[in-house]
Design a protein around this ligand. Sequence first.
Ligand code: SF4
Ligand code: SF4
Length: 434
Amino acid sequence: MNTVATRSPAFDQQGKLTDEQRVDAAVGSFVREFGVTAALHIESCVHCGLCAEACHFYRTTGDAKYTPILKLDPLRRAYLREAGPFAPVVRALGLVKKPSITDLQQWQELLYDSCTMCGRCTLVCPMGIDIAELVKEARHGMYKAGLVPERLALMDRTARQWGSTATPGEDLADILAEVAQEHGVEIPCNLEQADVLVTAAPAELGEHTKALADAARILNRMGVKWTMHQEGFDAANIGFNNGDLELQERLTRSLIDTAVKIGAKTVLLPECGHAYGAARWEAAKWYGQALPVRIIHMTEFLDESITSGRIRVKKVGDTATFHDPCQIVRRGGLEAAARRVLAALGFDLIELQDHGVTGFCCGGGGGVVSNQRATPLRQKVFALKQQQIDATGAEHFITSCGQCRATFEMGAKQAHWDKHTESLLELVADNLDA
Ligand code: SF4
Ligand code: SF4
């Protein structure tokens, strides 16, 4: 991808492809990825409409265009024309229209601005259609066509160049030295041998350094031999968000390959859920075998460390409610781990009306929080969550994903809401017992 050619409120495009080439690139990508699973999913919709009510974008706007399955319409049309069992007949009789450039341009908003790939629609679908996964595949085609929101395309270009969306690897040691000094904690970097490779979310090397320092404090307290490393440190999922799956594979492989190189048996993902899907679940597919290292999220690490008695925490003893990050809980399966940590901290948990695997997304996942033009829509979704949090009357509002936290903080600022979003990791670090 190179220069930005066009900008409108509805869509962005990159590169110099003609309209026809963009359509061919998108449809070609869809067709290449139509495996048996995608075909079954597309064929099996019974139009029950249950996915609509599950989606926070539909729920908060009432606009039928945000019905999850409808967000896949150009993908469905490409399938019926090019890969379905009756494709030659469909084409010959013109039964289904080929997606046009206008369709793809209009589609950009549905795929990127109004889908956080949270998987709530997938959960309720009686036919088991994985709409979030199909959105990911559709985004891949859009990336190939150079039809990605410009904010995300910019991050993609940076990540392709630096191996990180925000930090060149060669700057890591200096940044970590500053974080270590600011917070008074030791942060090892580029050790040649360690047992645990620790990774960071982009914000933890910028405005949220406390989370990284707190992880260091806990690891050091436990006596773990760990390091961060400039060859693999950014727990990003920018490739998934954009549809640049080749980049995502490269970024994820860099974490695992670096761990193998330094002899680490574990890669610890930060308190940001977004790398979890790529590293924990997709990476084995890219490797074609079981991964040579264990990939764990910070919530699992905290849970295991407390449960095994390797760290002890003081009781806070207030009421709290908890936001379940979609990628960690609904799609990642870590619902109980966070609740065990909250119990160890002595919180009296008041659950949100929708919580656990059925919790609503923060509204910023899937790159929506980085896609500035989606802000008004994101704010509508935020109001749904805000109402559920307020209804609990809890003293603390806690989550275990830094990206969700950033989304809530932005939403609170815009809504003049005075609720502070707290980090599970930071609460553990702040309440470590001797
Ligand atoms: S994945 Fe989430 S945001 Fe996307 S369509 Fe489904 S429910 Fe809506
Ligand atoms: S819930 Fe599933 S079957 Fe029902 S309309 Fe949505 S995608 Fe189709």
